[in-house]
Design a protein around this ligand. Sequence first.
Ligand code: URA
Length: 194
Amino acid sequence: MNKNDKQQLDNIAKEIENCKICKIGKSGKAVPGEGNPNADVVFIGEAPGKREAATGRPFIGRSGQLLRGLIREIGLDDEKDVYITSPVKYLPDRGTPTSQDIAHGRVHLMKQFAIIQPKVVVLLGRVAAEGVLEKKVKIASEHGQVIEGSFDDAQDKKNIKYFLTFHPAAALRFPNKYKLLLQKDFQKLKRFLL
Ligand code: URA
């Protein structure tokens, strides 16, 4: 592990903890993200839930258990190999983040990308996709696809591949509709990462 990158991510976590804009209309602990600071693969969700806001750790509730299980099924360690975070870093009072929350979260997220330098970013659901890509995305028709993109590094633009799929919460709410699709997308992701 690169100690410097870990230190830089810790500094961003402190920025998030002190960020007044992030906290508007939200509560609980900051959930900056967790995992390998040099991960090739980063998973992006929506916003922390109650369990995450109580502990400061991303994806540890029911959605998290599903996500972490899927990550392990494709041969990756959910704590050592990947980085997991969300565009919105605090629990929104209304449950769902506003478009302002998502747009602001991108500022912190891009700084995290610039340090981690991931090769593939998995966008879990519409909020992740729209927050990162800054355009309307229809997950129902675009899931399982790889999108070539870039993100702004301190010096230049870095190429990156985005992989679109459903948020695990969708598979928990509507298992008949989304669970198998989500599992199949993860198998596609596995083949893509080989
Ligand atoms: N859902 C998310 O999108 N992020 C979390 O951290 C937890 C649940």
